[in-house]
Design a binder for this molecule. Structure first.
Ligand code: PMP
Length: 431
């Protein structure tokens, strides 16, 4: 069992100056109990905490680390930019064109793209653009999906708000809340009802095409196809929020994986390679409404930041050159099969959902296809499971409702260790 003395000391101090001691609620151990662990160093698939304990990492900075932490090519590229280019200009730089061109090449829906600094900025901007373009106010999202902390999205949201049990946030005005309608994931009828009840008023439908903030829930292909058709019929902008699944489930994201092309796409995480980056893009006809070309305002002092773009560009280049996706699939499938074999031995039958290297073991026997089925999972059992894995040196997300990310740098030995630990943790979850 790791000794966490220094982490506990730091957390006590942090609480005095930082709300809840953390700069993002998902980092707190609210639903699993205990106190957050302060990390000191990341290396590949491992991280070492301030007390000297080392963990095998399946959070990967919540998604960006598809190549692990501190990939040598990434650190070299960042160092080059730092020494030879600079940290920021507030003017255009050539790197911006390079990453925009590459993104438009690999992501099917992109004809033009705007870089921002986070996933939240990307989704907020995409929705404003859809509203400006259509002249309509309302949006439809899906219960349990998380699109960052923009006001419009904090209605029945997933991720940290779901973990904390408060999926609607105080501080969001009634007016904003009224413009956000929630449908049921994987249920096209629930969307049609809302569209019919709000005829001609819906600007956009925004969806995580692989939901990763209610655990992991794959979209059914026919559901996404039906959404596409509905949006075409009704003149609604279809937005795929690929902040998490983009470049993760396939190089071209879920839209490549499912073969369904949205009008706009939001991105983040992996395209920043661990630095703060987001982006939104899509059809030229829509994107040309963004300022200064069009009237929909969107801006950012540090947008297109050289260091962040360097990390993102280098990550994309490695993904293109090395095509890690078959290997990621093999690794994640190995874990899934290993966990299944452990459950068989223990007479357990919990649901596992997985799309490529995004996975979730739900402590429920109910198939998880939407928010309602996801919340049948037993968070208390997950908490015990989480702590047992942690005690065995494996760092999972401190919440039942988050994804487990396998990276390209998890070795077969790492995976075997994880499967062995999973057996013990499943036992611990039932004690
Ligand atoms: N959309 C999705 C699908 C996400 O998973 C996240 C973050 N987990 C966001 C948007 C928000 O991104 P950020 O935290 O960078 O603002």
């Amino acid at each position: 069992m790791p000794v966490l003395t220094r982490s506990a000391e730091l957390f006590e101090k942090a609480k005095k100056f930082i709300p809840g001691g953390v700069n993002s609620p998902v980092r707190a151990f609210k639903s699993v109990g205990g106190t957050p662990i302060y990390m000191a160093k990341g290396q590949g698939a491992y991280m070492t905490d301030v007390d000297g304990n080392t963990y095998l990492d399946y959070v990967g900075s919540w998604g960006p680390f598809i190549l692990g932490s501190m990939h040598p090519r990434l650190t070299a590229a960042i160092e080059y930019t730092l020494r030879n280019i600079g940290t920021s200009f507030g003017t255009p730089i050539e790197l911006e064109i390079e990453i925009a061109e590459l993104l438009c090449k690999v992501v099917p829906s992109l004809e033009m793209v705007r870089m921002v600094n986070s996933g939240t900025e990307a989704t907020m901007s995409a929705v404003r653009l859809a509203r400006g373009y259509t002249g309509k106010d309302k949006i439809i999202k899906f219960e349990g999906c998380y699109h960052g902390h923009g006001d419009s999205f904090l209605i029945k949201a997933g991720s940290g708000v779901l973990t904390l049990g408060a999926p609607d946030s105080p501080g969001v005005t009634k007016g904003t809340a009224n413009d956000t309608l929630n449908a049921t994931y994987n249920d096209i009828e629930s969307v049609k009802v809302l569209v019919n009840e709000n005829k001609g008023e819906i600007a956009a439908i925004i969806i995580e095409p692989v939901a990763g903030n209610t655990g992991v829930i794959p979209a059914k292909k026919e559901f996404l196809v039906a959404l596409r058709e509905l949006c075409d019929q009704e003149g609604i902008v279809l937005i795929f929020d690929e902040v998490m699944c983009g470049f993760r489930v396939a190089l071209g994201g879920a839209q490549e994986y499912y073969g369904v092309t949205p009008d706009l796409t939001t991105m983040g995480k992996i395209i920043g390679g661990g630095l703060p980056v987001g982006a939104f893009g899509g059809k030229r006809e829509i994107m040309q409404n963004v300022a200064p070309l069009g009237a929909v305002y969107q801006a950012g002092t540090l947008s297109g930041n050289p260091l962040a773009l360097t990390a993102g560009l280098e990550t994309l280049k490695i993904l293109i050159e090395e095509n890690p996706y078959p290997e990621l699939e093999r690794k994640a499938a190995f874990l899934e099969a290993g966990f299944k074999a452990n459950m068989d031995k223990l007479g357990l039958n919990y649901t596992q959902n997985r799309v490529g290297s995004m996975a979730c073991l739900f402590f429920t026997e109910t198939p998880v296809v939407d928010y309602k089925s996801a919340i049948t999972a037993d968070s208390a059992k997950y908490g015990k499971y989480f702590h047992s894995m942690l005690d065995q040196g494996i760092y999972l997300a401190p919440s039942q409702f988050e994804a487990m990310f396998t990276s390209f740098v998890h070795t077969d030995a790492d995976l075997e260790k994880t499967v062995a630990a999973n057996y013990n943790a499943l036992v611990a979850a039932h004690q």
